[in-house]
Design a binder for this molecule. Structure first.
Ligand code: HEC
Length: 393
């Protein structure tokens, strides 16, 4: 029964998380576009840096951007921050419901590191906090003044995080945690830097003083990071539904490629929004596509080649499934802690196997996602036998 409520909590939190993330990313992409679409007109009021016209919903919008701020405060000022905060809060709650609640199955992989549940959860939370501190300190050092150098440093930290998590957690949890660390930076940037700096600007305007322009520069640095990190983070968040992305032991190679690919695609949009043409917007798609092909080739599974003469019998396959899957995936599971078949997937007969053919192949042959944490110690040979049978049926 508890599983039933946890599943509901999971679904509702995921719903919230996706909605808030859409709102956050949507408004952030909109403002990036708006910023880059600003053009200088001849008759702009004092302090206006540029303007942009757009048409939507049956009317025309005329937006002007004041740099650093207008002379006096407008009566009503809209802020954009709760989208980001609630994305993080719902994301963290989802992490707790999936990975902390079922830590033995999803967070801990004893073949990687034998952690207790409290150690694993402690490392998870501690590393999110530590990740923010390291990132924030680096942005504030002199490295932070050079956007490219800082970008390279941030890239290295992400790769190091992937190496470290790969040594601590199961690979699915490891990849998700790299995404969570980066997502924490993104909300941290909004909560600790961008919004407080904007509040300081508003306060100095209210006092009738000129705002400090470095406040805006700091916010710009962080919002550039958020912009380039959005696509890679989304990939890492979604990838835990695709076991082929976390098969390899060298998770950092995948992470390294994904961050590059996501940032390059984002750069295409940024550059073309600013009105650039020619080579400046022609290199991104070919480069990103080539990297995606490399990534897809790199994640190809290593399946054990079976002797061509080897005869695979239905009984053999049935017994593999009964030994390695049916403990959990049965109408009445026998595995401790399972009261219903996970995800409603029942694997007790050969026709069940055929029914879930593609999923079983993805979870147990092309990857070793199932059995979870390889609790039943399924061998590579058993996976190959199951794979051959599925290919033939
Ligand atoms: C110890 C329990 C356990 C064992 C043993 C087990 N599974 Fe699973 N399986 C789970 C859990 C838990 C989930 C739900 C995973 C999730 O929420 O992403 C799951 C999900 C699945 C899914 C659905 C995945 C999806 O996201 O659509 C498939 C397919 C699957 N398992 C196949 C297998 C196969 C094949 C075997 C045997 C080789 C197996 N499982 C062994 C616990 C188990």
């Amino acid at each position: 029964m508890v599983e039933h409520w946890m599943d509901w909590a999971n679904l509702l939190l995921r719903w919230l998380h996706v909605i808030t993330a859409i709102a956050w990313i949507g408004s952030s992409f909109y403002f990036i576009w708006l910023d880059l679409s600003l053009r200088k007109a001849t008759r702009l009021p004092d302090g206006v840096h540029g303007e942009s016209w757009s048409v939507h919903g049956g009317g025309f919008y005329h937006v002007q951007k004041y740099m650093v701020a207008p002379d006096s405060m407008p009566k009503e000022l809209h802020w954009f921050k709760y989208e980001s905060y609630f994305t993080w809060i719902s994301g963290f709650a989802l992490l707790a419901v999936t990975y902390y609640w079922s830590a033995e199955a999803f967070l801990i992989d004893s073949s990687v590191r034998d952690l207790s549940v409290s150690q694993a959860i402690g490392i998870s939370i501690g590393s999110l906090v530590a990740g923010w501190i390291v990132y924030d300190v680096i942005c504030k050092t002199p490295i932070g003044r050079n956007l490219l150098l800082l970008g390279a440093a941030v890239y290295m930290i992400i790769i190091l995080a992937a190496v470290a998590y790969g040594e601590i957690f199961g690979s699915r949890a490891a990849l998700l945690h790299v995404g969570a660390v980066v997502a924490t930076w993104m909300t941290g940037n909004v909560f600790f830097i961008i919004i407080p700096n904007q509040k300081k600007v508003v306060a100095s305007l209210n006092r009738g003083e000129a705002p400090d322009p470095t406040l805006g520069q700091q916010a710009k640095q962080r919002s550039t990071h958020n912009n380039y990190l959005t696509l890679p983070v989304l990939f890492m968040m979604l990838s835990n539904h695709y076991p082929m992305t976390f098969v390899g032991e060298d998770l950092w190679i995948l992470v390294g490629l994904v961050v590059l690919i996501g940032a390059i695609i984002r750069d295409y949009f940024n550059t073309s929004h600013s009105g650039a043409a020619g080579l400046r917007i022609r290199w991104q798609w070919p480069t990103a596509s080539a990297l995606i092909i490399i990534l897809a080739l790199w994640t190809r599974p290593e399946t054990l080649a079976l002797d061509a003469q080897q005869v695979i019998t239905d009984q053999q396959v049935h017994s593999i499934v009964m030994t390695h899957c049916a403990g959990c995936h049965a109408a009445q599971p026998t595995a401790a802690g399972y009261t219903a078949p996970p995800k409603g997937v029942i694997l007790e007969t050969l026709s069940d196997l055929q029914k879930y053919k593609a999923q079983v192949y993805a979870q147990s042959v092309s990857s070793q996602a199932m059995p979870v944490g390889n609790l039943t110690q399924m061998t590579l040979e058993e996976r190959a036998i199951l794979g051959h049978w599925l290919e033939k049926h």
